[in-house]
Design a protein. Structure first.
Length: 324
């Protein structure tokens, strides 16, 4: 079964792109924006204070994956729960554990023509991304992830998360826009209010925004990755604003297919996404971010913009789930 890897320059959510490719292999074509929305990633804000700011946006992308995959007709088997992935980068014995416990299962799945969703282990600069393994060759596991023009890449390190795609059965009933909207609302509110189905020092929603400001106010003297604060902040902003643009696009595409209160709610939600993008869009390149941080009071201005974005999204959450 040939892989149909579909990627655009503004597609930063590697799990959404990977899931979309798997669905396309089974003849199910779904928009990237829809997948971002129903996974709860359109308004996700995640912080992992033990890691560097630039990579926070790669954590917890699979919080709603099992439910969403089922609605699309995919049967997934997780090799271990999401909670087990936290802190593995600091576990010296995990690479051997991956080779002994998980690698044989992944190889067996590939031998049976099953694909495998994996997080981490890809060649730099993709080492924190999701991808999909599709085959073995020369003792290597090969697959696809972002930024390689759909060409196969080897998995060169231990994956921290892995889901085997065991089966696909085309849904017998449509997953209507109204039902998808409900799924997106639930996933978004679960992310914001927490705890999302992960733990181990991970913050979401308002607390994640606060942690972002704290990371800008007190950056490490020497980041382990060697990436500057401006680079890290600009990467976080690009992913953050692209997700909200994707969500707004999807909300407007389904607005006319909703009913009752949801019509107005979708319109307000999309407008709020636009506001957040406009509020944060000044630091989308590393050069712009570095220039901002060099200016007197620049970091304070950035933090104030983050706080405005936080308040915009907090109001959205209150409208989406007023009884919580």
């Amino acid at each position: 079964m040939q892989t149909r890897w579909l990627e655009a320059p503004h597609h930063y959510e590697s799990l959404a792109v990977s899931l979309r490719a798997i669905l396309a292999c089974h003849g199910l074509s779904r928009p990237y924006e829809e997948i971002v929305a129903v996974l709860g990633l359109g308004m996700a804000t995640v912080a992992v204070p033990d890691d560097e700011l630039g990579w926070w946006c790669t954590y917890a992308r699979d919080a709603a994956l099992l439910e969403v995959a089922t609605r699309y007709g995919l049967q997934l088997r997780e090799l271990h729960p999401p909670q087990a992935a936290m802190g593995l980068a600091r576990s010296p014995g995990y690479a051997r554990h991956f080779q002994d416990s998980y690698l044989p299962l992944i190889r067996r799945a590939l031998e049976h023509g099953q694909r495998v969703l994996t997080w981490r282990g890809w060649p730099p600069p993709r080492e924190r991304l999701w991808g999909v393994l599709v085959e073995q060759a020369g003792g290597m596991l090969l697959g696809h992830t972002l930024w390689h023009r759909a060409s196969p890449l080897p998995l060169i390190g231990p994956a921290h998360q892995a889901y085997i795609i065991e089966d696909f059965a085309r849904p017998t009933t449509d997953w209507t826009p109204a039902q998808q909207f409900k799924t997106a609302v639930h996933a978004t509110c679960s992310m914001w209010r927490g705890p999302w189905p992960v733990d181990g020092g991970l913050l979401t929603g308002s607390a994640a925004y606060d942690a972002w400001c704290e990371a800008l106010a007190h950056p490490p003297a020497r980041p382990a990755s060697g990436r500057s604060l401006g680079w890290q902040h600009s990467q976080a902003i690009r992913v953050h604003t692209a997700a909200r643009t994707a969500l707004a696009t999807w909300l407007r595409s389904i607005g006319g297919k909703l009913g009752g209160r949801d019509v107005e709610l979708a319109a307000r939600w999309a407008a709020a996404c636009d506001q957040v993008v406009e509020t944060l869009a000044t630091c989308e390149t590393a050069e712009d971010a570095e220039e901002t941080f060099r200016a007197a009071g620049g970091a304070c201005e950035v933090c104030e913009a983050l706080r405005r974005a936080r308040e915009i999204e907090a109001r959205v959450i209150e409208q989406l789930d007023p009884d919580a």
